[in-house]
Ligand binder design. Sequence first.
Ligand SMILES: [Zn+2]
Length: 389
Amino acid sequence: MPDVVTDLPLLVYGPRSTAYDFGPAHPLTPRRFGTGVSLLEALGAVPNLAPEPATDDELEWIHEARYVEVVKAFSRQPFADHRAGIGPGDTPPFAGMHEASAAVAGGSLRAMEAILRGEVLHAFHPGGGLHHAMPARASGFCIYDDPALAIARARRDGLRVMYVDLDVHHGDGVQAIHWADPGVLTFSIHESGRTLFPGTGFADEVGGAAALGTKVNLPLDAGTGERGWLATLELVLPELADQFRPEVIVSQHGADAHAFDPLAHLRITTTAMGAAARLIDRLAHRHAGGRWLSTGGGGYDVYRVVPRTWSLVWLAAAHREVPASIPEAWRDRWAAGAEHYGQAPIPTTFEDEPNAGVPRSVLDDRLDDRAIASAVAVLEQALGLLPKQ
Ligand SMILES: [Zn+2]
């Protein structure tokens, strides 16, 4: 833990990060840390907060005690009968899963505490962002909800928190856990639940009775591209922040909205993802005294997309220019793996060419226009419901 104020963001990564591992056939592979962290290090980033497990008491701020006991039981005996969302499919049991999952939660929690103590303005936890975990069940590769826990920690200090979820999947767990709290504004932009897991995140999900307008959802049609996605964020986020006046920002930078991602159907670029990260940085400085915790999230192209996305988030948090090209030594190191997993060639630049080189038609352009039109409607609805701070 650093004891001096530093210009560089805290980078949360350590030996326990790769223990969050559902096995070799699972898409959320720890291989992403090999490619991702080595590219961060090539930029000059130094991991300086190694995640350790959050305590049971801390986990129980947002999870039911009986659920934590279920996870611990699987952790000791992974071949037990399936329950609480842990079983065959997306979120299988594995030995040591409690400790590994509690460490992801602990990483985001300690990073938030460092921010709250004023030791750093920004922290980035690439292994975090497990936004589907619910109070009493696992879901969508997520056991414990680290962004929701970091938010809960800031709420214990009475701070108003804005959560921005850029993952291609709806941030349903974070929304559910803070549903009734008017001091937590959650914003999620994602592929529509009509075509993608978890099937929620529609514009009419606006928060509990005492918190109307503090839960904001922007579902996008499959095929929406970088123009619609980024224009929407630039339209909505500054206005929401102006009205809500967050005192800390937590963001989730799942890389799975990218055009190359194998599990979803948006067509976003790393260029747009980097611009979104810089927008969030600006909002953190404008409203929240700079307090900003960013996390990773989904992202299943671990050679071409995840490392560049993480790098662009870190560069935004480090207030550094995007380098002209990706170090050749790094590309050489990972070229064979990229080939082996069908994720080659590795691009030569951090930012993609327009539309990541995927041609777009007039029909595709209409999807971008639709995204912007629905953003206008969602923003109007939220501003009508949100109390002015
Ligand atoms: Zn900043």
